[in-house]
Design a protein around this ligand. Structure first.
Ligand code: UT7
Length: 337
């Protein structure tokens, strides 16, 4: 009896999302690099993406998404025990979760950032569940937000066409262990493949004293070996979903919705095919937002939820994958009516 082990189960009671105001279409990109709408559409499924203007911050859109999620859940910010911000692009490298906590007025909550690139939301969901299952916390806000436009090399056509900015958030609350929405999960990482997708720091040596040098520099733009990451995703994502389904004591035939990190429509379709799931089960909003990293899953979840696409009792197989490399899956039983 899986649920007999825990003092509480989790339930998702609200979702929200927000994007910055700038829009960049495939046509716009043809003015910047040698590409075409046809190439981007057929290779990725992306049509446009949102980009943050200099005055717009990660904390702004993260807070906006959080407010919508709290409103839907009917939870007051002061009731929150924990705020987790999954991001690789904080406004402040020391962490931006605390700024969202302050902007919301979540005075009682502890807040921290979690970095797992495009798997960040999925890893955050499983993290949040642990705090709830042990009985430590009752109400958690999980935000997935990234502003990758800050770190894209806008002259590199192999990456600049892919990424966009956005934020999504969910409120996760404690419930009866028998009603636990998280039916199974599996998390993985393999640092040996980290070179295939990087946003790494590079510094020059600076001498402070004769015997003491430090490195000073900056983060370099996103670098990706696209084909290798593509192959990794198509192989590992179906595998990790199958493992999570095994933990949930379910088969892929019982999955109603496939909610994957929105990186490439071809990846999503290939994963559905390998799991023998119909194309209609794939939740996708990639065409409108591109790859928004940690925001992509909660952004797609929020849109599907607000479009009344999801029904109570349905099984959603969620999977995140990306830099690290990291990947994972969670099997969730939807409960919002
Ligand atoms: O969020 C983290 C997870 N990330 C991912 O999952 C991304 C995984 N990778 C991918 O989605 C795909 O590999 C890409 C969409 C990035 C690239 O698609 P591809 O089918 O693997 O293309 P490719 O890199 O093999 O490039 C094919 C050709 C090359 O030309 P040649 O060498 O065949 O002459 C590229 O130079 O397409 C060229 N190319 C482009 N052409 C027009 C690359 N980028 C572009 C472009 N427009 N934007």
């Amino acid at each position: 009896m899986r649920n007999g082990l825990y003092s509480a189960g989790i339930t998702i009671t609200g979702s929200g999302s927000a994007t910055p105001s700038g829009r960049l279409s495939n046509e716009d990109l043809t003015q910047m690099v040698e590409t075409s709408d046809e190439w981007i559409t057929t290779r990725t499924g992306i049509k446009q993406r949102c980009v943050a203007a200099p005055g717009e911050s990660l904390v702004d859109i993260g807070t906006q998404a959080s407010q919508s999620a709290l409103e839907m859940a009917n939870v007051h910010p002061e009731q929150l025990d924990l705020v987790i911000l999954a991001t690789s692009t904080p406004d402040d490298l020391f962490g931006s979760a605390v700024s969202i906590q302050t902007a919301l007025g979540a005075k009682k909550a502890v807040a921290f950032d979690l970095t797992a690139a495009c798997s960040g939301f999925l890893f955050g969901l499983v993290n949040a569940a642990q705090f709830i299952r042990t009985g430590m916390y009752q109400k958690i806000l999980l935000v997935g937000a990234d502003l990758l436009s800050r770190w894209v090399d806008w002259s590199d056509r192999s990456t600049c066409i892919l990424f966009g900015d956005g934020a999504g958030a969910v409120v996760i609350e404690a419930t009866d262990p028998q009603r636990d929405a998280l039916l199974g999960f599996e998390l993985c990482s393999d640092g040996q493949l980290s070179h295939t997708l990087t946003l790494s720091h590079q510094g020059d040596s600076r001498t402070l004293l004769d015997s003491v040098q430090v490195s000073q520099g900056n983060y370099q733009p996103i670098h990706m070996k696209g084909k290798e990451v593509y192959r990794f995703a198509v192989e590992k994502v179906p595998e990790v979903i199958s493992k999570a389904l095994f933990h949930a004591e379910l088969t892929s035939q019982q999955v109603d919705w496939l909610l994957l990190h929105q990186a490439n429509q071809r990846i999503m379709d290939a994963v559905a095919q390998r799991l023998n799931l119909p194309q209609e089960s794939v939740i996708s909003n990639l065409a409108s937002y591109g790859n928004t990293s940690a925001a992509s899953i909660p952004l797609a979840l929020d849109e599907a939820m607000r479009a009344s696409q999801l029904n109570a009792g349905e099984i959603i197989a969620i999977s995140g994958f990306g830099a690290g490399l990291t990947w994972g899956a969670a099997i969730v039983q939807w409960q919002i009516v």
